[in-house]
Design a protein around this ligand. Sequence first.
Ligand SMILES: Cc1cc2nc3c(=O)[nH]c(=O)nc-3n(C[C@H](O)[C@H](O)[C@H](O)COP(=O)(O)OP(=O)(O)OC[C@H]3O[C@@H](n4cnc5c(N)ncnc54)[C@H](O)[C@@H]3O)c2cc1C
Length: 638
Amino acid sequence: MATKDLQNISELESRKVAEASREAEWAQPSFLREMFLGNFRLDLIYPFPFQEEERPEFTAFYQTLKEFLRDQVDPIEIDATGEYPADVVDGLRKLGAFGMKIPKKYGGLGFTNVEYQKVMQLFGSIDGNLSALLSAHQSIGVPQPLKLFGTEALKKKYLPRCAAGDISAFALTEMQVGSDPARLQTDAVKTPEGDYILNGEKLWCTNGTLAKLLVVMARDPKSKKISAFVVEVDWPGVKIEHRCHFMGLRALANAVISFKDVRVPAENLIGQEGKGLKIALTTLNDGRLSIPNGSVGTAKICIEICRKWASERVQWGKPVGKHEAIAHKLADMAATTFAMESIANLATEMSDRGGYDIRLEAAACKEWNTCRTWEIVDETMQIRGGRGYETEKSLQARGEQPIGVERIMRDYRINKIFEGSSEIMHLFMAREAVDKHLQVAGALIDPEKPLTDKVAELPKIAAFYGSWYPTRWLGWGQWPRYQEFGDMAAHLRFVERNTRRLSRQIFHGMVVHQGKLQNKQAFLFRLVDIANELFAMAASVARVQGMRDNGYADAEKAAELADLACRNARRKVAQLFRALWSNDDVRKYKVALKVLDGQHAWLEEGIQRIDDKSLKPKVSFGVEDPAPVPKVRPVGTH
Ligand SMILES: Cc1cc2nc3c(=O)[nH]c(=O)nc-3n(C[C@H](O)[C@H](O)[C@H](O)COP(=O)(O)OP(=O)(O)OC[C@H]3O[C@@H](n4cnc5c(N)ncnc54)[C@H](O)[C@@H]3O)c2cc1C
């Protein structure tokens, strides 16, 4: 697609592309989707799904891996050199770590998602570079879409290679394609023989410089439909143009990759032609669980660091952890980590059970856990004080324990951006939150629908809302409901009441904002934040009760953390509900438009502007006509 055409892609077209790739068929309901409709389906999450006895085969792998990581892997060196040591990558290959999720019949270890995510949690506590290497390969790289959509022939051809350690990468992003796949430019032109010719360039492919195999998203220039292909890196026309370097994840083997007349055999198409985006997004539904599970590992190591430091470090007459300001941070960290683990465990278990629509739960886990973990990492740096900001090597050189909080911070930050940024996770969830209302009453607020169509829809709309809306006021969320949950019952009652309140507010938002609701991101994002808090509360309580039911030794300790997590959540939920209708959203948007327009550029006086310096790109990889930065336009009227 020519660059000029890209400028003309409207917000509506971007939405249409995203809409077309939504998965619609699921056997089992989604807990969060039901919540958006005002139904608190405790039965979907309680009894809390605990893993049955760990399989000896997995325990043996996990122990060997743990020892390997302890004895053979030095995250400080990986960070300092910016490279994966060959012996570490080979060691992981020998252990089978590149094939954890690949079924045994294709040479993998055949782990369940729960088992795989337990490993991801471990990596999350050790090194972000290694987490990314393994996760980009098997959460989103070739194994996952092939497992879900590949033909038997494709599986037989590539899965054994992937399991043996032929590293793979996932190539969706381009210069003009970040969160918006409608702007995809890589072409896949079908030949008369049925093969495809790829031309284009992909940006930021994690594992790209090490990969032998790629999943590439490309579009038919005529139909504009996007398809997914397995591409071998050593095929003629595939070129690694550049290795990208970042603030953290210094060893990431991340590349710009170009495709010049690359011939892809017809059989390397994954799934159906034109379904590439759906495949990519479905892959991410499950794949997206690695980051929140890894985040739990990161949060846990932060707690360990803070627990030790805050009890050893004495200032102003007592350990810093006993000063209330720091003590509160520690309590919140522990409570939040318990809640994070509860939602991650729940969604992972549900994905193993299959049939459940876990898109929303996975997105909630990705969004909530990455934001919470980022806060925890930030507080960890605060608690470690100057030592948090000092590098491990420097600490070590002057005789202190090398604890790399600054490395954790650099490595962690990207998690709020890639595999669906926080904003995109909110948008995705908000779309699902209003889905039923759009199905029922969408015609009424659709500006493209004629008046006659709208009038014709009225009986259907009245029939639905005539019974749905009053019942959103009617449930019972007061004592003695959920008494069997003991001291946790009040939290569940809060979730029940506020689930119905949430659904009413979604409906009120539709009535008040109508067609403009889609642009009211602040309003929609608050609804999503409320749902995420309620989800975290419900999952934490269900887990505590499950621990009690099963006689877990730590059940009462867990109850203490869940109780604090719920109390924190209740305050946030109350604030978010208030802010739905009492806010500065319109004023802020107006100010933002002026900032964008340069009307507040006067404020930038007194600095050396980036435009004053010659900050020009040094090379352009075969892109003859670099796209101009699109002129910013408002995305909607308020
Ligand atoms: C280290 C690293 C590794 C990566 N690995 C891979 C990989 O392996 N494969 C791959 O294909 N890609 C990869 N990516 C790309 C990554 O997925 C993208 O960076 C991400 O999708 C966001 O795209 P963008 O950076 O272009 O931001 P943009 O899409 O340009 O967005 C900029 C900002 O605007 C926000 N935004 C965008 N649209 C909206 C909207 N409609 N409403 C509100 N806010 C919005 C975004 O959330 C973000 O904050 C990687 C990126 C990095 C940095």
